[in-house]
Design a protein around this ligand. Structure first.
Ligand code: SF4
Length: 363
């Protein structure tokens, strides 16, 4: 198998492979970057073999160097407001799916959203992510007003209006275009899995084809577009992950969130094993090689399952922080997690300290 111009021995020849890496002639960052430019990650099978390596250290280092070369040492902090947990869909891994009667549903008011965004912007966040379930109450017109409110939070900083990212699910092309006109800059819509049959099993109310069409629409109407997927979904193989990564590349995603699946006891996938954090890190590293200039967040699910690991040494350059008010935060339960009380200013300072602790530059 050829990767970045290097022949990688297959997983069953671990000894030879380790010797190969020890003897690898890559000595400088420049040489490594040159090698990176030749990498071949053309098929799901290529990627599956890479993901299956016993020792992934060399690939992690390549990914980190590519991140450094293309994105620098900055870690971008995003404030995320989860403004509605009402959802009309039934994704079977998600605690917000409409069949779950065990959570209390909420919708933040327009003023609450604006006030939360104002606090985030005053605390120094430059990007506000507005996320919700697929909630028909928030029509494009209502969402457009909210986007306008947040974009108007100019004047707290000398950096101009905040960047607004929406993550509100599948809408029509016209609705996406309308929200773009109202000022939305970016849109996140994870494809979750690029395997058609697996997608259908996980999403009784949707089709992979429609999701991909939405992502294409988002690109065409001018959004900085993000997708992403989960690691460790029941029925997923390493080749599926390869397909997922190649789909990100095919769509030329500017952002990609890749995190481990966490089983939610209030869903049909209760009791399933959580996804591997190691595999999630490997997938992020390969995403960095495939999309050198993409914004790749450390996903919340990865941070929850592996809180002690360095979140920034495998290609990621973005981190999101919930600023959702406490009365709603617990109810936005896609998967179970414990959160401390929100204090937007203090939380941001702690995040900055964490980023600096790992020798990276918070922004
Ligand atoms: S993943 Fe999104 S669309 Fe699916 S049930 Fe959860 S909130 Fe709704």
């Amino acid at each position: 198998m050829t990767v970045y111009g290097i022949v990688i021995p297959s997983a069953c020849h671990c000894l030879q492979r380790d010797l190969f890496f020890e003897n690898c002639a890559i000595k400088t960052i420049k040489e490594t970057i040159m090698a990176v430019k030749d990498i071949k990650l053309d098929t799901p099978q290529d990627i599956a073999e890479l993901l299956d390596l016993e020792d992934f250290g060399q690939i992690y280092r390549l990914a980190d160097q590519v991140r450094n070369e293309h994105m620098g040492d900055t870690v971008h902090m995003r404030a995320i407001i989860e403004f509605s947990n009402v959802c009309k869909r039934q994704c079977i891994y998600c605690g917000l799916n409409k069949s779950n009667r065990e959570i209390s549903r909420f919708r933040m008011s327009r003023r609450e959203i604006e006030e939360t965004a104002r606090q985030a912007v005053m605390a120094g966040y430059r990007t506000v992510v507005l996320q919700s379930g697929e909630d028909d109450y928030f029509t494009a017109e209502r969402l457009g007003k909210i986007v306008g409110d947040v974009k108007a939070l100019d004047g707290f900083q000398d950096t101009g209006p905040p960047i607004v990212t929406l993550s509100c699910g599948e809408l029509t092309r016209e609705e996406y275009a309308y929200l773009k006109e109202k000022g939305a800059d970016r849109y996140l819509l994870k494809h979750e899995t690029a395997d058609d049959a697996l997608y259908s099993r996980l999403h009784p109310c949707g089709e992979l084809k429609s999701r991909i069409n939405c992502l294409r629409d988002l690109k065409e109407v001018g959004y900085e577009t993000g997708s992403g997927f989960m690691i460790g979904l029941p029925g997923q193989s390493l080749e599926t992950v390869g397909k997922d990564l190649l789909l990100l590349k095919e769509l030329s995603c500017e952002m990609a969130g890749i995190g481990p699946f966490i089983s939610n006891p209030k869903t049909p996938l209760a009791g399933e094993q959580n996804g591997s954090t190691e595999l999630a890190r490997r997938a992020v590293a390969i995403a960095r090689l495939l999309l050198p200039k993409a914004n790749l967040p450390v996903t919340t699910s990865l941070a929850i399952l592996a809180p002690e690991e360095n979140p920034f040494d495998f290609g990621a350059n973005v981190i999101m922080k919930k600023v959702t008010p406490d009365e709603y935060k617990e109810a936005y339960e896609i998967y179970p997690a414990e959160y401390s009380k929100t204090n937007i200013v203090r939380d941001k300072k702690e995040l900055e300290e964490k980023i600096r602790f790992y020798n990276r530059v918070p922004k």
